[in-house]
Design a protein. Structure first.
Length: 311
């Protein structure tokens, strides 16, 4: 299984002058997307016993995601108030003392033998104790498991930029794959153009640095020539969950190609990288075509592939 470790929360999404509660969270969305794509997936994050906790569990169960590693707690679920400007999502978080925020290093379980890769990221990397817990998980298990990291940087959520930069530097050095948006790269290296910033990240140790740019598509920086994949043209409802779904598509493709391992990533080819970027872009295109974080199911991906190939 691919283990996704990181935040789940309730997105309060604008809806006809009010707000509609939807299950979300960067890492949570990736777990849902992986499960819907038919990949064996597990999730690690505390789930509240409040009513929102059940809202979060239901999509995981429906997608076939294993939640055995999720501790239950009486602390409240994190809320994210979403505002949309031109389809672009912006967030305000209500997180202090929440179920996920209080995950501590001591709460980390031993991982079962069936875990073959680790995905982490999002706002779960920022505050403590949960940030320290995720960092310890990567440090503890990252030597034997391939690690994909997507920090999904939210500057307004970061109260100590220097400490967060130091944590990201440590995590990037341990990661095998790092995915960064244009906004992420600008925050990390404001004085560098995106390509140079991505190469700077690559020099810190990852095998792959994936650079996403919405309509500009995705690029992979690695030991060889840069690999690019165009975005899939579609009518955009909003961008909520787009990057999270892209991550799932990349991981699903790498696993299906048999290269989601330390050895596999060390010997990866440009064609294999291109296939992973393409599946990520295809999955993200379906997500952005409908409101909210609503990743595609496997049959929708098959239908999209048939449509594009004339099958």
């Amino acid at each position: 299984m691919i283990l996704c470790a990181g935040e789940s929360l309730i997105d309060m999404v604008p809806d006809d002058g009010a707000f509609r509660p939807l299950a979300g969270g960067s890492v949570y969305n990736t777990a849902i997307a992986l499960g819907r794509l038919g990949e064996p997936t597990a999730y690690l994050w505390p789930i509240s016993r409040d009513p929102f906790g059940e809202v979060l569990l239901r999509p995981l169960t429906d997608a076939g995601v294993n939640t055995d590693l999720c501790p239950r707690t009486d602390r409240l679920t994190t809320l994210a108030l979403v505002t949309l400007t031109g389809g672009e999502a912006r967030y305000s978080f209500y997180d202090e003392g929440s179920a996920g925020r209080m995950l501590s290093p001591a709460d980390l379980p031993a991982l079962p033998g069936g875990i073959e890769a680790l995905f982490a990221g999002g706002i779960s990397l920022v505050p403590d104790p949960c940030g320290a817990a995720i960092e310890l998980l990567v440090e503890r298990d990252g030597d034997r498991l391939p690690v994909m990291l997507d920090p999904n940087i939210r500057p307004f959520f970061i109260t100590d930029p220097d400490a967060y930069r130091a944590r990201l530097s440590r995590l990037i050095a341990r990661a095998d794959i790092v995915k960064l948006s244009g906004d992420d790269l600008e925050w990390l290296y404001p004085d560098l153009p995106p390509e140079a910033a991505a190469r700077r990240v690559l020099a810190q140790g990852p095998r792959l640095v994936l650079q996403t740019g919405g309509a500009a598509g995705a690029r992979a920086h690695w030991a060889g020539e840069t690999v690019a994949a165009p975005a899939i043209r579609t009518t955009v409802a909003d961008t909520i969950g787009a990057g999270d779904t892209f991550n799932a598509g990349v991981l699903a493709s790498l696993r299906r190609q048999g290269v989601l391992s330390k050895a596999g990533l060390a010997a990866i080819t440009a064609d294999q990288i291109a296939a992973a970027l393409t599946l990520g872009a295809q999955a993200a295109a379906i997500t952005v075509s409908r409101p909210g974080a609503n990743p595609p199911w496997a049959h929708e991906m098959t239908a999209l592939s048939d449509e594009r190939t004339g099958g």
